[in-house]
Design a binder for this molecule. Structure first.
Ligand SMILES: C[S@@+](CC[C@H](N)C(=O)[O-])C[C@H]1O[C@@H](n2cnc3c(N)ncnc32)[C@H](O)[C@@H]1O
Length: 412
């Protein structure tokens, strides 16, 4: 099946949708917020379109295969103050089509009507963008085609298989059940983070899984697709799937704006240029996670770290550097395969950060000037070809080092 996604009806820009989502993320973050009032403020129609796009994105209909007659539909009603938007999602061999309005009553003779899933918009917004423990299906109804049954759960019904695949995916999204782990998502989204070249998802899973339900801002440098503005974005879409409450940013030296989508914003910038990094970070930071998968040239990697690490959240923020092996490869990556500790190359630079992690243990006060990162890096996790640097206060004091320094200065 192709992954064509066509939206018939009113559309808004990715930027406008992302702004609506930013407000919904804030409105749904605590139980005492009035989500319905936020929807009044944003406009029910605009909100419904944003929710619908999110549901379609998360449902990953492109994975639905074996539709015997090549098409299955679902009518979705998003209700707000007794009014709302009805849309028909139609999944077929040629892609996914979303039409405003219902196709109820228009099925050809002998064909079943599509199922109708109806739910209050505020409850849907809460389910999509709020913390998992606040997800509810109290206002949901599902009308199954050809039956006089109205139910809240698909599980009680013997579903006709043709419709089931589409309805099941939508209901799963509304219930906030995301089945895929990162390796599965990496393969599905087509990023090279897993495959013949790399095995990164196992490490990402370890560090990212505990953050999955949080409200996050994530930046990845290097969008993919190189010179083609329409290509790439695989890993950005993977993060968007994996972190349902995150705003995702991507930086690339090539203009990738055709890939912009709700919750996913691309910005053109060269990671070797500090002023471009700072301008970007001032506008969109701070970040909970930064991933450097850009040029992989050591000088760029180090420049980027120096200028973006200050914009990583001070407690628990993560900074990831991929493809460390390029530091050892002369040629395209300008690496160094002779002096493996040279701090001008990524791995040698990381070794200096390891020293910094132990800055309180230095005995000679003039060993080197303290770096800003010394007190701000709490942990470093090094795996083959990838480093995960954890930001956090690194001031614990070292009584023994203090005592040894005193002894040195007093000549004992
Ligand atoms: C390996 S690809 C990124 C793949 C993507 N992160 C993924 O996992 O699907 C590297 C990208 O970095 C971009 N790039 C190269 N040099 C850059 C620079 N100096 N600044 C920003 N991006 C750069 C390239 O255009 C390319 O799209």
């Amino acid at each position: 099946m192709t992954t064509v996604m066509e939206r018939v009806g009113r559309q808004q820009s990715a930027e406008a949708s992302t702004e609506v989502i930013r407000r919904l993320l804030a409105a749904t973050s605590t139980p005492d917020n009035d989500v319905a009032a936020t929807i009044d403020h944003l406009g029910a129609e605009q909100t419904a379109h944003v929710l619908l796009d999110e549901i379609v994105f998360r449902s990953r209909f492109e994975e639905v295969t074996s539709l015997p007659d090549g098409r299955a539909s679902l009518v979705l009603r998003l209700v707000h103050r007794e009014r709302g938007l009805t849309a028909t999602i139609s999944v077929g061999a040629k892609g996914t089509y979303v039409h405003d309005g219902s196709t109820e009553g228009t099925a050809p003779d002998g064909e079943l009507q599509p199922p109708i899933v109806s739910q209050e918009m505020s409850e849907v917004a809460q389910a999509l963008y709020g913390p998992r423990e606040l997800v509810s299906a109290a206002t949901r109804t599902i009308q199954w085609p050809g039956r006089e049954i109205v139910a809240r759960s698909l599980r009680r019904l013997p579903p006709p298989p043709l419709y089931y695949a589409v309805a099941q995916r939508v209901v799963r999204v509304l219930d906030r059940r995301e089945p895929a782990d990162l390796t599965e998502l990496a393969v599905r989204c087509g990023t090279d983070k897993w495959g013949a070249l790399h095995q990164y998802p196992q490490h990402y899973e370890r560090h990212f899984a505990p953050l999955r339900d949080r409200r996050l801002t994530i930046l990845e440098i290097g969008i993919g697709g190189y010179d083609d503005p329409e290509k790439g974005g695989a890993s950005l879409r993977m993060w968007k799937q994996f972190f349902p409450r995150a705003l995702i940013y991507g930086i690339d030296i090539v203009d990738k704006r055709p890939l912009d989508a709700p919750r996913l914003t691309t910005v053109t910038a060269d990671q070797s240029k500090p002023e471009q990094l700072i301008a970007f970070a001032e506008r969109h930071g701070p970040f909970d996670i930064v991933i450097d998968d850009g040029s992989h040239i050591s000088q760029d990697v180090i420049t980027t770290f120096r200028h973006l690490f200050p914009y990583v959240r001070p407690t628990g923020g993560l900074y990831v550097i991929e493809d460390l092996h390029t530091a050892y490869w002369p040629g395209v990556f300008h690496g160094n395969d002779t002096d493996l500790s040279d701090p001008n190359y990524t791995v040698g630079f990381l070794k200096t950060l390891i020293d910094g992690l132990h800055h309180e243990e230095f005995l000679s006060s003039d060993a080197r000037e303290p770096l800003a990162t010394d007190t701000q890096i709490k942990g470093m996790h090094l795996y083959r070809n990838i480093a995960v640097i954890e930001k956090g206060s690194n001031i614990e004091g070292s009584p023994v080092a203090h005592m040894l320094r005193e002894a040195r200065t007093s000549g004992q």
